[in-house]
Ligand binder design. Structure first.
Ligand code: PLP
Length: 418
């Protein structure tokens, strides 16, 4: 996105503001779909960016469906035009009410994360007089996700059903009057930028599902390898290549299809980050610049109240966009406005002289931004989100208003003064 466009957006919508490049998101989805040649289905994990304009754009670009993890995400996908039968419902803490809403809406597959959850789904489906397709999320015994920046598997994790209980869980689904067994799901970690690790994770999932299928002598309707495809933040990060990964995944899938228990099996991935991260920029303004000992510090008008990235990845690219870079670069620490030292975008980054009033762009901000941030901390407003499509700028979510801070709060009469 051009600096001049970003500057105009900052003037029109104020700062901070999220800006998404819809054309790039579209072409990313198409590239991924082409790479997988219809052999592996793609479900957008909307937790990465649940703005309904973004979800709609990604659906129209050709994903097979979406992965959701709450009733709020169910509403967002339905509002974005997804057919409920193309939704996968994951997540370790689904309430009875959420399960009931999902079953009533006709969600295609619920991936149960515990044996107890399987029993709750059966009871709810029976009460609603519906049949529900249920898969299991398995937490594999061999944790191969060790190069994931964020691991969601391995001993002691709250996610999924332990591999050792997978067989009895599948038997329980198959024997339940209102459930049909829909497949096996894994999700080993997020932000994995090594193709080798991702492929090894898929290989270990495949060995596991083959073992389970043969022990049960049961055809497996679907295998879902989860998300986790990462994005490089710096030039030093491995440059993850989606086509290398796609090629290797197709080869693995074709090999397993030779097994008679997998002949009819559908294969899926449910990426979030890779579809949106690179195509979003968070724009913030410099409120203050100061020096402390030998360090220079800039304070912006937004921080971890609008983004999770400063906490999970203190490494991504930042740039001053309202001036041409000068030769003179000084190491500078960039913080947000919150009263916690966790609110730091970058530490000691080389930037051309930063001045009060400058506009700073944080790249790679399209995923886990506003949706994953501590929006209530310090009672500041949330930023607007805008989406660019074919050169036009569209407001897709308003910023909150100052009065919103008080909305829904009550002071008991005992505390009220005349
Ligand atoms: C079950 C599940 N699927 C998919 C994803 C998306 O992961 P990513 O954004 O790393 O692709 C997540 C992320 O936490 C998840 O928990």
């Amino acid at each position: 996105m051009k600096a001049s466009t970003l500057i105009k957006i900052a003037h029109q919508y104020g700062t901070p503001v999220y800006v998404y490049d819809g054309d790039a998101m579209r072409s990313g989805v198409r590239t991924l779909k082409e790479t997988l040649q219809g052999q592996v289905e793609v479900y957008y994990s909307i937790k990465a960016n649940p703005a309904i304009a973004v979800c709609s754009l990604i659906r129209q670009a050709g994903v097979d469906g979406a992965e959701i993890a709450s009733s709020g995400e169910l509403k967002a996908t339905i509002a974005s035009g997804y057919d409920p039968k193309n939704l996968l419902f994951a997540g370790p803490g689904k309430t009875d009410e959420e399960l009931s809403q999902a079953i009533s809406a006709g969600v295609g597959q619920i991936n149960a994360e515990s044996v107890h959850e399987i029993r709750r789904i059966q009871a709810i489906a029976k009460e609603l007089n519906k049949h529900q397709r249920v898969g299991i999320r398995v937490n594999p015994e061999s944790d191969t996700s060790n190069s994931a920046r964020i691991s969601t598997s391995g001993a002691g994790q709250k996610f999924g059903i332990n591999e050792s209980q997978a067989i009895s869980a599948i038997r329980e689904i198959s024997e339940s009057s209102h459930l049909n067994f829909a497949g096996i799901h894994t999700m080993l970690g997020s932000q994995i930028i090594s193709t080798e690790t991702l492929v090894n994770n898929c290989k270990s999932t495949i060995s596991m599902v083959i073992r389970i299928a043969h022990e049960l002598n049961l055809p497996i309707p679907s295998v879902n390898f989860g998300g986790g495809l990462g994005v490089p933040h710096t030039k030093d990060d491995d440059q993850f290549d989606i086509s290398d990964f796609g090629r290797e995944l197709i080869q693995l899938v074709n090999e397993i299809k030779a097994d008679q228990l997998f002949r009819e099996c559908r294969f899926m991935i449910e990426p979030g980050r890779i579809l949106v991260s690179k195509h979003g920029i968070y724009l913030a303004k410099v409120i203050d610049v100061k020096e402390s000992e030998h360090s220079k510090i800039a304070v912006l008008d937004g921080g971890i109240n609008h983004a999770l990235l400063p906490i999970t990845a203190n490494q991504y690219q930042v740039e001053v966009i309202n001036r041409k870079p000068t030769e003179c670069t000084t190491p500078i620490t960039i913080g947000g406005p919150l009263c916690t030292s966790a609110d730091q975008w970058r530490s000691q980054v080389q930037l051309s002289d930063v001045q009060i009033g400058d506009l700073i762009a944080m790249y790679n901000s399209g995923a886990y931004g506003l949706t994953a941030s501590m929006t209530k901390f310090l009672s500041r407003e949330t930023p607007a989100e805008v989406l660019m499509i074919e050169g036009r700028v569209h407001l897709i979510r308003e910023s909150s208003k100052p009065a919103d801070v008080l909305r829904g709060q009550y002071v008991p009469s005992e505390l009220q003064e005349d």
